[in-house]
Write a protein that binds this ligand. Structure first.
Ligand SMILES: NC(=O)c1ccc[n+]([C@@H]2O[C@H](COP(=O)([O-])OP(=O)(O)OC[C@H]3O[C@@H](n4cnc5c(N)ncnc54)[C@H](OP(=O)(O)O)[C@@H]3O)[C@@H](O)[C@H]2O)c1
Length: 363
């Protein structure tokens, strides 16, 4: 059976495509923003090359030039119908992932794109939609009166807080749930660098927080702990759960068994050798402001969401997020918990230093 993937060039989607190629024997068809078919194929193979060379070269990997912002993804009607008759499942990973962006900026892709994906699923042969959301939909749940959430908790505009990106993710989930299309929901927590080589995008929030601490020489006292996992574990889990028969109609919290205390991020950086001292949240903001010529410090300063992620005030700490039912399903599907011990953080931090040495030094 062929599957269709959106967001295949992204951090999660590229690894998900590699997993799907490994675990299935049908075509993996990716909708890719590009001028023509050759350009789409090139972008897709480039995205996969650094992840899994075998997957990048697979003849079962197909790329279709398309845009989530355009009706019928910008495809001609006959091409759209052929695709809808061919694909038996859709993995919707494509999104505008910007924690600091306004609702208006990200809604066209995150809501309009999801609407188009739902319409596609309702066209042609019956399809199951595997919808990738985020555990950020619960970031403000404690304040909304829910100190503990699990797979049965329904996210609302109160549980996600005032952040545009998270609001669109709540609304997109609701749109899918109410659409009548057969769907499963995968909510990853904070997605960490690849466990194999420490690779992470430069706009990744953990990369940004650690880099900002290195640039300022200090890190804030952080009370928060967030559900988290590595990007490769996230992709493995989504692929394995989606292919398990009991996955139908389910919600999965894709995370390592225990949440990641945010102070651990900084303590790992100290253990690695960065000279950092702990300061109050207010002092950290002042330090970020003082280093505003540096892109990392500027980015961290602009991220209002940091106060919540790091849990600066007890009442605004993220809730306790449980994923016990998902952990059982992952174990049944043969997905082992990721190893995020000191060797992992060493890989992550040395990669960060290698990729961003100049800006980390304040240049
Ligand atoms: N990263 C995290 O920490 C995290 C945590 C929890 C959940 N998630 C969820 O995981 C999913 C993937 O996130 P990610 O981190 O992999 O994001 P990413 O690296 O930014 O990838 C986003 C993908 O969406 C595609 N896309 C964006 N706009 C598009 C459009 N108009 N038409 C077609 N494709 C478009 C991008 O294509 P281009 O290459 O053309 O830009 C890219 O392939 C998202 O649903 C996100 O909400 C992410």
């Amino acid at each position: 059976m062929a599957v269709l993937v959106t967001g295949g060039t992204g951090f999660v989607g590229s690894r998900l495509c590699a997993e799907l190629l490994r675990r299935t024997d049908g075509a993996v068809i990716c909708l890719v923003r590009a001028e023509g078919e050759a350009g789409a194929g090139r972008r897709m193979r480039e995205a996969l090359a650094g992840v899994d060379g075998e997957a990048a070269a697979s003849p079962r990997l197909r790329a279709v030039p398309a845009d989530l912002l355009a009706d019928r993804f910008g495809l001609a009607e006959d091409a759209y119908r052929r695709l809808a008759d061919e694909a038996g499942a859709v993995y919707h990973c494509g999104a505008s992932v910007h924690l600091a962006a306004s609702y208006e900026r990200v809604a066209p892709v995150n809501l309009g794109g999801t609407r188009r994906v739902v319409d596609f699923c309702a066209t042609g042969r019956p399809k199951h939609l595997h919808h990738v959301s985020t555990l950020g939909v619960f970031l403000a749940a404690r304040e909304a009166g829910l100190p503990r959430v699990d797979e049965s908790t329904v996210p609302t505009l109160r549980t996600c807080g005032p952040f545009g990106y998270l609001r669109t993710k709540v609304e997109a989930e609701r749109m899918v749930a109410e659409s009548g299309v057969a769907a499963s929901f995968y909510r990853p927590g904070m997605i960490l660098a690849d466990s194999r080589d420490g690779a992470a995008p430069a706009n990744d929030v953990t990369t940004c927080l650690i880099a900002a601490a290195v640039v300022t020489g200090c890190y804030p006292t952080a009370l928060g702990a967030l559900p988290a996992s590595t990007v490769d574990h996230t992709a493995q889990a989504i692929a394995a759960l989606s292919l398990a028969p009991e996955a139908t109609g389910s919600v999965f919290h894709v995370m390592r068994p225990e949440p990641l205390p945010m102070r651990e991020l900084f303590e790992r950086a100290v253990g690695y050798g960065f000279r950092l001292r702990e300061v109050s949240a207010g002092q950290w903001r002042e330090a970020l402001h003082a280093h505003r010529d540096n892109p990392w410090a500027r980015a961290a300063h602009a991220l209002d969401i940091c106060a919540r992620i790091l849990g600066f005030t007890p009442v605004r700490r993220p809730p306790e997020v449980r994923g016990d039912a998902t952990a059982l399903a992952m174990a049944a599907a043969g997905v082992r918990a990721p190893d995020t011990g000191s060797a992992y953080f060493h890989r992550l931090l040395s990669r960060l230093e290698r990729d961003h040495g100049t800006t980390l030094a304040g240049g």
